[in-house]
Design a protein around this ligand. Structure first.
Ligand code: NDP
Ligand code: OXD
Length: 309
């Protein structure tokens, strides 16, 4: 029998306990699953970075930390962590992100706000353009960015994806690296940021890069707050360079009440709800890694600690 520690806030235990037990049983793994196991007896740690566990030193026989979140910026620099770290790539979370990103993209593309908020009852008879006339830029072409880009390309948008390394995705113009960022930005009438939070991605959207977008571009950020320089974005919104921004993630969360984003007329704030990990599908992903660990097979979704994602 192996010992699997669930190290996340207790409300998560209520959501995950049964799906994890079902997935372990389905995989034929005999495991004690608990929130309380002596550290030296733990074989795997299912982990949320906001849990109380921050010192991995005492977990001397643990084989892997299996993150419940896609983002790993709060754990990747933990010097006490010497064992493999897997991040969450969950089909349920991916579906949620595709729906959220598509919805907010369509809001901007169709200009929905002008009809929803129309206090003067204006009969403005302009039809929206077709998707094929609209350039969408996906900054980050990983598990989430690629899934969103594929669906938006399927709707007809002219989608450009930008990543660190080269990619090939059907229907998407793929650019990569710092040298091709300016080219990518020039194509982004609607820009979606799905990059991880690393030292290399901080302030990817800053005064210089925001100015390289087409005038009146829209920003949708479900990635992480530090991807955008807040002050530069506020200045670009005020000048009209950026028409509107929908922000789901922030440098400080919850977003402080006195932050200008809350009251800015060109900003929509959503409270980090773009896509949640879904317990049933995420449990299968976690258990697959436990199965692999026990079978001596390589783990999936491993984090590169040097790159930070
Ligand atoms: P992945 O690790 O699968 O993808 C990350 C992408 O970013 C890759 O395409 C990677 O390039 C690219 N990238 C990383 N560094 C750079 C760089 N320096 N320059 C250019 N491109 C870079 O992550 P996911 O798609 O799974 O998730 C993305 C982020 O979404 C998460 O890190 C998390 O912060 C956020 N998230 C937000 C949620 C929410 O509810 N708001 C929910 C879940 C996730 P390459 O492919 O070449 O490696
Ligand atoms: C995640 C998130 O990283 O919810 O999973 O943001």
């Amino acid at each position: 029998m192996i010992n699997v520690l669930f190290a996340a806030r207790s409300e998560r235990w209520d959501i995950y306990e049964q799906p994890l037990r079902r997935a372990l049983k389905a995989a034929g793994i005999d495991a004690q699953l608990s929130q309380d196991i002596p550290p030296e007896e733990v074989d795997y740690i299912i982990y949320a970075p906001n849990s109380d566990l921050q010192d991995f030193g005492p977990y001397t026989r643990a084989k892997a930390v299996l993150n419940l979140w896609a983002g790993v910026e709060k754990i990747v620099g933990n010097d006490t962590l010497k064992i493999p770290l897997a991040r969450m790539v969950d089909p349920g979370l991916t579906k949620g992100m595709v729906e959220w990103v598509t919805g907010h993209t369509m809001r901007y593309h169709l200009g929905m706000d002008s009809h929803i908020v129309n206090p003067d009852n204006e009969w403005d008879h302009r039809s929206p353009p077709l998707a094929q006339e609209r350039g969408v830029l996906m900054l980050g072409m990983g598990a989430l960015g690629t899934a969103c880009a594929e669906v938006l390309a399927g709707l007809g948008f002219r989608v450009t994806g930008w990543s660190r390394s080269p990619k090939s995705v059907n229907g998407v113009t793929c650019l990569h690296g710092a040298d091709q960022l300016e080219d990518a930005l020039g194509r982004g009438e609607i820009v979606i940021t799905l990059l991880p939070d690393t030292p290399a991605t901080e302030n990817t959207l800053n005064a210089e890069t925001l100015a390289q977008l087409p005038k009146g571009a829209f920003i949708i950020n479900p990635g992480r707050g530090p991807l955008i320089d807040d002050d530069a974005l506020l200045a670009a919104l005020d000048s009209g360079q950026i028409a509107h921004a929908t922000l789901d993630v922030f440098r400080v969360e919850p977003l402080p009440q006195d932050h200008p984003f809350w009251r800015h007329p060109k900003v929509t704030v959503t409270p980090h709800i773009a896509a949640d990990t879904r317990a049933s599908t995420a449990s299968e992903v976690i258990v697959e890694n436990i199965r692999r660990g026990e079978a001596g097979e390589p783990f999936i979704n491993l984090v590169d600690r040097e790159l930070g994602y």
